[in-house]
Design a protein. Structure first.
Length: 362
């Protein structure tokens, strides 16, 4: 009889894990709080060993076919180009693939054999009770069920982590900045990103397909904010960017009038262990790296592959989970260590820092 597994979250980590566990003969159920696959977000990168994982999954050519290739511009307050650059032309990013998040999610979803994996949308886990031989799970809607394993692939603010490992504050490390993303259909951009900086602040417009996303970042001490409070997020943004130049007033208008504003702090999740009994965390739920590293997607795909292969290779799940914790941790911690470098390039705190960031491409 197939072992029953439940995955919370139908995004990159969850869909990658669903593919691998189904491939290795598990009966997989994926539960997602949204009413469908989550849409939106800026383009993301598939890098390093994640490209090998994509090839093993049989989706690398599909990812390459959707690759975004563009030249970006750093501009001044008058929208005059200071420097143009292509990030993938930089030696350290050679071979990386940039793709829209929606395209990658679609590719991962379509790669799961039809009918093999049960996907439940518009529902969520309410309780998780571990027993010696199984896990009992109750849901917002529907009857309780028993599973052999439960995996939290439900993002930085993971509900599975909260239920099994404790409050987020125990594991979240703040890095002195906040960011917001919104679709801005009335704003125009070229074929690549437009990036504008002021000390401690960044604003950018990212066009892709028929969409323009507006993106802002600002340095700040820790704020007493609720990540679910949209009105509070908008007020914070108004206060922080009210005197800024360039296209920021128009970007603020788009954010103030949006029903789909994404606002959060720049943080990482650091945990002593990503497993507890028969429960394991994957992707941002376990080891959020923060967007300045550019590695969240790759870590999610790679981590899903590693834990699934470990379970397949070890009859004792305790040994498999220990291998996942021990073998993957050095790489994850190395990636997480790069956040300060990335943040300093994106959002320099001084005019001198801004000039140094520009000179990187001159």
């Amino acid at each position: 009889m197939k072992k029953q597994v439940l995955i919370s979250g139908a995004s990159i980590a969850g869909l990658s894990l669903a593919y691998w566990l189904n491939h290795f003969g598990y009966a997989v159920t994926v539960i997602e709080i949204s009413k469908g696959l989550r849409r939106g977000g800026s383009p993301i990168d598939v890098r390093g060993d994640a490209l090998r994982v994509a090839e093993e999954m049989g989706i690398l050519d599909k990812i390459k076919a959707k690759e975004l290739v563009h030249t970006d511009e750093i501009v001044n307050a008058d929208n005059e180009t200071i420097v143009s650059f292509s990030i993938n032309a930089q030696a350290e990013y050679s071979g990386d693939i940039e793709i829209t998040r929606d395209d990658l999610v679609d590719i991962l979803y379509e790669n799961i054999p039809v009918g093999d994996v049960q996907l439940i949308f518009d529902n969520k886990i309410e309780t998780i009770t571990q027993h010696k031989d199984c896990i009992e799970v109750t849901f917002q809607r529907g009857a309780p069920r028993e599973f052999d394993f439960v995996f939290g692939a439900d993002g930085t603010h993971s509900s599975v982590r909260k239920l099994v490992f404790g409050e987020e504050e125990k594991y979240s490390k703040f890095f002195g900045a906040y960011f917001a993303i919104v679709e801005a259909p009335l704003l125009k951009a070229g074929t690549g990103a437009l990036i504008y900086r002021e000390p401690g602040k960044l604003a950018a417009l990212y066009p892709f397909k028929n969409i323009v996303n507006a993106f802002v970042v600002f340095r700040s001490p820790k704020l007493p904010y609720d990540y679910k409070n949209d009105a509070q997020h908008k007020q914070i943004l108004k206060d922080k960017f009210k005197d800024s130049s360039w296209k920021i007033p128009q970007i603020l208008d788009a954010m103030m009038n949006s029903d789909n504003l994404y606002f959060d702090e720049v943080c990482q999740i650091h945990m002593p262990a990503w497993t507890n009994g028969r429960v394991a965390l994957v992707g941002d739920a376990a080891y959020t790296t923060g967007f300045p590293t550019g590695m969240g997607t790759s870590l999610a795909m790679l981590g899903a592959s590693i834990i699934a292969h470990a379970l397949h290779a070890n009859e004792d799940y305790n040994s498999a989970f220990a291998k996942y914790n021990d073998s993957y941790r050095p790489f994850v911690e190395g990636v997480q260590a790069g956040i300060t470098r990335g943040l300093n390039w994106l959002v320099p705190e001084t005019e001198e820092g801004i000039q140094e960031a520009i000179e990187r491409f001159l």
